[in-house]
Design a binder for this molecule. Structure first.
Ligand code: AMP
Length: 257
């Protein structure tokens, strides 16, 4: 069994993971984190619900412990297709990075430019952005992308559906060639494969189970049963009855109270 402490994460990051109650890395975390820490490019084929956010946030936090940001030159950049996803990633940095004094800037549409400008001016360790708003800042000359050490492109196939690929190409061309790229997509249509060939260098490919797998919030159990149809029905009835008993007891107690 692999533990978080086997993956090479820093002590601060491990403490934050422990505080959030996670005991074991998910398959994408187990496979991607050591490569990300070794500064390899990673092509992660995984969908939401697999724990993929932590698979890039945790190694980034570890790598960011050394060095500091300069004004208007973010050290890392995460591109998300929607404001909601961008905000969730920001929350992940707040949770796992609580013991580190990192400047995290969120550049999303529908918010004032002024506050976002201030965060960039201060020097962002982590810039999380949707493509349109990022390019707006860039074109206003407020942002320099030449200091980016790590680029994350998340949910690439959703970016494709939303027509963001030309924006992604424009952004990637402004970044240093020597950066590390972590690229995630649930599916790999030809347009996405082309993008990975263009912007990733000798990536490690990490693929985890999709469609058929249950969300982490669902508990799965195996119950043995005879092979006949009625055996299975009996087993199912028994399982349902057992599951329901505590609820019925609660109801009874509540109605007696
Ligand atoms: P994501 O695929 O990044 O959207 O994560 C899906 C959910 O899994 C989120 O609610 C995370 O908080 C949770 N999660 C991430 N890593 C783990 C882990 N190692 N163990 C249990 N839950 C996790």
């Amino acid at each position: 069994m692999t533990l978080f402490s086997d993956l090479g994460l820093s002590a601060k990051v491990l403490a934050a993971v422990e505080a959030s109650g996670y005991t074991q890395p998910t398959p994408i975390q187990e496979e991607a984190i050591p490569h990300a820490l070794a500064r390899r490019d990673v092509l992660g084929i995984a969908q939401t619900g697999t724990g993929k956010t932590a698979s890039f946030v945790l190694p980034m936090l570890t790598l960011l412990e050394k060095g500091r940001a300069r004004a208007r030159m973010p050290r890392t950049l995460i591109i998300e297709p929607t404001r909601e996803l961008a905000a969730q990633v920001e929350e992940s940095f707040a949770r796992y990075g609580k013991d580190q004094k990192l400047n995290v800037a969120l550049l999303i549409g529908g918010m004032s430019f002024g506050d976002q400008d201030k965060k960039i001016d201060r020097g962002a360790d982590v810039l999380i952005a949707t493509p349109g708003r990022l390019l707006d800042h860039f074109e206003r000359g407020k942002l320099l992308l030449t200091g980016v050490e790590i680029l994350v492109i998340d949910e690439a196939d959703r970016m494709l559906d939303m027509g963001f690929i030309p924006d992604i190409e424009r952004i990637c061309k402004q970044l240093p060639f020597t950066r590390q790229t972590l690229f995630f997509s649930a599916t790999m249509p030809p347009e996405i494969t082309r993008l990975t060939e263009q912007f990733l260098q000798n990536p490690v490919r990490v693929e985890v189970a999709k469609q058929a797998s249950a969300a982490l919030t669902v508990t799965q159990r195996l119950v043995a049963s005879g092979g006949k149809e009625w055996d299975k029905r009996d087993t199912l009835r028994r399982v349902l009855r057992e599951e329901d008993e505590p609820h019925q007891r609660d109801h009874l107690l509540q109605s007696q109270a």
